[in-house]
Design a protein around this ligand. Structure first.
Ligand code: ARG
Length: 502
């Protein structure tokens, strides 16, 4: 009996050795491939324990987000390092263990940045790729990193870290644009041009006034970005999959470590909230809408029909057939890309529509529209600013354009009102004067004193001087108007906005 026992345990010992040998061999073969025991095996996946069968390769490909979410590697590692620190601070793992994990994560970051890491599709996403790399590097201990954490709070923290940084970058680009607008406005407080309504010449304004209108739009965009930043800057990490964790974690520590101003208060909300992405893309869509209006004007202004502006050669293109052409492609492309950002907004709104709480895989689709928006809004803001700064505004043509279109008609009416006529009667008299001029191919300024008197006997000698274009601009005394004094006030307040808020 005793002999039988001995030979049985010897057999067992031999078998164990064999298994160990095979295991080591397999691990060696797969070194650097990011997979323990061959690819596509479900039971090799980090979640594979419950699976009896391999996943189909088509499933792996369809399910994977690594192709696009690898962009988040830096933030994923940043979040994991903070998590590892928290785990040791709360004695869930030892300090020694935490240090080894952090070193492992840092070495992975360095290798990714040196282009030494190839992400694996079968490892699905950036989170599992990095976790697997860690396990490959530091062994069993790497498997402790995911304690008290889920990919649901992990992906949420990654996106928030990424977006926080990108919103700051975008704010800086808006700030550059705001500064350029002030510079252009300062140079053109006396450049008179037609102001339009319905794209019909309406009243004379200065180019500075027109430009400062855009300043206000982009200033509101800046405020909206800052506001959105505050809602992005809340920590979702530490709530686990949806319900919280059984460990005594320290989320306040995580928030401090990662520089978040507050915690997401409800775990279910923390893992299922993507409205901060919607808010960001919506803010971006408004920026694009503003850019597209400006671009449209620059495109129109650069036609020979208008001739108000000429883009610098460095930001224009030619035609492959018509040698004389110089096209404002930058402005046209920005106008075109506006559609793309609106598309991204509808995309994310539709992904999130009617999703039950908490996490759903649909939400993996949040990243392509987000990344696309970030990249494009940055490109558009940067190139628009450069194109605008190098554009040449044609003062003479702008001024000339104010001569036609009866741009001082309202001022003639105001003249009559100041002489005691009710505005409606004054409006009618000037309407008749305009018709009279059109029939004789004249402007109001061409009329003789006698002709003026024929329309109303309150007209006096000073009329022509009162309605010359420069006076029409300067006579706008209401706050927020086109007069030089008023525009200089706007510029001053814009400069103080820039100094105080940036
Ligand atoms: N790749 C996933 C995403 O981007 C990560 C979260 C996965 N969570 C899950 N429970 N399957 O949304």
């Amino acid at each position: 009996m005793a002999q039988k026992e001995t030979s049985k345990s010897l057999e067992q010992y031999k078998l164990n050795l064999k298994v160990m040998y095979l295991y080591i061999k397999l691990e060696k073969n797969n070194k650097g491939k990011g997979s323990y025991m061959g690819e596509n095996k479900s039971n090799d996946k980090l979640w594979g324990g419950r699976f009896a069968k391999n996943t189909a390769s088509l499933m792996d490909k369809f399910n994977a987000s690594i192709e696009f979410d690898q962009k988040l590697y830096k933030y994923d590692i940043e979040g994991s390092i903070a998590h590892a620190k928290m785990l040791s601070k709360t004695n869930i793992i030892t300090e020694e263990e935490s240090k080894i994990i952090i070193k492992g994560l840092q070495s992975i970051l360095e290798d990714i940045e040196r282009g030494k890491v190839t992400f694996k599709l079968e490892l699905e996403d950036v989170h599992m790729n990095i976790e697997k790399l860690l396990i490959d590097r530091i062994g069993e201990l790497g498997k402790k990193l995911h304690t008290a954490r889920s990919r649901n709070d992990q992906v949420a923290i990654d996106i928030r870290l990424y977006l926080r940084e990108e919103i700051t970058n975008i704010c800086n680009l808006v700030k550059n644009l705001l500064s350029s607008l002030i510079d252009i406005a300062k140079a053109h407080t006396e450049t008179i041009m037609p102001g339009y309504t319905h794209l019909q010449r309406a009243q004379p304004v200065t180019l500075a006034y027109h430009i400062m209108a855009y300043f206000q739009m982009f200033k509101r965009d800046y405020d909206r970005l800052k506001d959105c930043y505050n809602r992005v800057n809340m920590l979702p990490l530490g709530v686990g999959a949806l319900a919280g964790t059984t460990y005594h974690t320290d989320r306040e520590f995580l928030a401090r470590e990662l520089g978040f101003s507050s915690l997401c208060e409800n775990g279910m909300d923390a893992v299922s909230d993507r409205d901060f992405i919607i808010e960001f893309i919506s803010t971006s869509a408004i920026i694009m809408m503003h850019l597209s209006r400006f671009c449209e004007e620059l495109i129109i202004w650069s036609t020979s029909e208008f001739g108000f502006v000429e883009m610098d050669d460095s930001y224009s293109t030619g035609s492959s057939i018509m040698p004389q052409k110089k096209n404002p492609d930058v402005a046209e492309l920005i106008r075109g890309k506006t559609g793309r950002i609106y598309g991204n907004l509808i995309n994310i709104l539709t992904v999130m529509k009617a999703l039950p709480l908490a996490y759903n895989k649909d939400m993996q689709e949040d990243k392509p529209p987000l990344f696309d928006t970030v990249e494009n809004i940055k490109d558009c803001l940067e190139i628009f600013n450069k194109m605008l700064k190098t554009a040449e505004f044609k003062k003479e043509n702008m001024k000339k354009a104010t001569k036609k279109g009866f741009m001082n008609a309202t001022d003639v009416a105001d003249y009559l009102v100041k002489k005691g006529l009710p505005f409606r009667s004054a409006h009618e008299i000037v309407g008749k004067m305009v018709l009279y001029c059109i029939e004789r191919n004249k402007t109001i300024d061409d009329l003789t004193q006698e002709e003026f008197k024929n329309f109303s006997n309150v007209f006096e000698e000073d009329i022509l001087q009162k309605i010359n274009i420069e006076n029409c601009v300067e006579a706008k005394v209401s706050k927020g108007s086109t007069s030089k004094k008023s525009v200089l006030e706007m510029i001053e307040s814009a400069e103080s906005f820039i100094d105080n808020f940036f």
